[in-house]
Design a protein around this ligand. Structure first.
Ligand SMILES: Cc1cc2nc3c(=O)[nH]c(=O)nc-3n(C[C@H](O)[C@H](O)[C@H](O)COP(=O)(O)O)c2cc1C
Length: 362
């Protein structure tokens, strides 16, 4: 017997979920997203599972202190059967909507350990992991995968295993591991997964706006969409999806709305004793995405990247988002072409051992 999914915000509409994003989808960020319009489901960034691992305290906070009113799935990354079972057993004592397995992280340091996307090279090992987790998770057990490692050849077998082990929800990011974030998203392959999977499927990858969500659902026949980077850029996106799903037009956003978002995010991400420079640098990682819709030349991004203090950062925000009539200008519904998020500009030597902003360019 499978466990039904948690009730969506609007029954009958396609589902929406905020994608798990390491160093992004923490308690603070989920709270900010919920303020502007929550998705149906949240997912934590991944809990790393290995012999010495204990569920990371800061990730647990996004479950234990979740005040969004929406369910949170806890994501695991690992390959050791015993330790995955141990961690899942521990996590289901918390208020999780379910346990999610990461079969997609493309960072070489991750897949070389044969976890995340690396497992797509070994579908039979995936079968063992699914059997193990299914046996210890009485409630919802979900999987998030890419469409393959080098190519899409493992996809059909992995979907067979997903069906055999009664996975309750499958998210498919329509790129192979080798394609990282650079290629087009293969929505036709997501459609193939939807046709074969017995559980609901969320389509993931480059859902840039609510109208794109409608188009992706139409093309893939998925039960809904999972949105990552474009929810960092536009935290109103889930509310806008609900508007479009119900036949309304999308509420227009202004640069003054964006100024409000940046201030809220700054306050939410502040923690006691956080060095100002560090906090500003953390903000820049989010603003790299936000800046893609502020102006077509990337002028906001250029100036924002050069700030070092809170005062400098908000002076740049005021100049680009409020002054000289900017406040009422439209925040573009889609990213401006050619305005590139470059999250690693501040941290060229950052540890590239996960799926974090340091390892990803959009
Ligand atoms: C900064 C960042 C961190 C990510 N961390 C995770 C993660 O912890 N677990 C995971 O399954 N995927 C992770 N991903 C992948 C996203 O969940 C998603 O599959 C991918 O970004 C494609 O969706 P998008 O085009 O809507 O961003 C991460 C992506 C980004 C940009």
């Amino acid at each position: 017997m499978s466990t039904p999914l948690p009730a969506p915000l609007v029954p009958g509409q396609p589902l929406t979920a905020l994608a798990p994003m390491q160093d992004v989808t923490d308690l603070a960020f989920m709270g900010v997203i919920a303020h502007y319009g929550a998705p149906d489901f949240f997912f934590t960034e991944f809990f790393r599972v290995h012999a010495q691992s204990k569920p990371e305290k800061h990730i647990l906070r996004s479950i234990d202190e979740n005040a969004t009113g929406r369910p949170v799935f806890a994501q695991l990354i690992g390959e050791d059967l015993g330790h995955l079972a141990r961690t899942a057993t521990e996590l289901i004592r918390h208020d999780v909507a379910g346990i999610d397995l990461n079969l997609g992280c493309p960072a070489p340091k991750v897949y070389k350990k044969n976890v995340g996307g690396g497992l797509l090279r070994e579908p039979e090992k995936i079968g063992e992991i699914l059997a193990t987790l299914r046996a210890v998770v009485p409630g919802r057990f979900t999987v998030k995968m890419r469409i393959g490692f080098d190519d899409t050849s493992p996809l059909d077998r992995v979907i067979e295993l997903v069906n055999e082990h009664r996975v309750d929800l499958l998210t498919v990011h329509g790129r192979t591991v080798k394609e990282m974030y650079r290629s087009e998203v293969h929505y036709d392959v997501i459609a193939r997964a939807v046709a074969r999977a017995q559980c609901p499927v969320l389509a993931n990858g480059n859902v840039t706006s609510a109208p794109r969500a409608v188009a992706v659902v139409a093309e893939t026949k998925a039960a809904g969409v999972m949105i990552g980077r474009h929810a960092i850029r536009n935290p109103w996106i889930f509310r806008q999806c609900r508007e479009v799903f119900s036949g309304q037009s999308v509420t227009r956003l202004t640069l003054a709305d964006v100024r409000d978002y940046i201030e809220r995010l700054f306050r939410a991400t502040n923690v006691p004793n956080l060095a100002e420079r560090y906090h500003v640098n953390k903000m820049k990682k989010y603003l790299n995405f936000v800046g893609q819709s502020v102006d077509p030349t990337g002028a906001f991004l250029h100036d924002m990247r050069r700030t070092e203090t809170e005062a400098e950062l908000f002076a740049v925000c005021d100049r680009h988002l409020i002054a000289d009539g900017a406040a009422s200008r439209e925040f573009a519904p889609e990213p401006y072409p050619g305005v590139i998020a470059r999250p690693n500009c501040e941290t060229p030597n950052a540890v590239a051992d996960g799926c974090s902003l340091e390892t990803i360019t959009a």
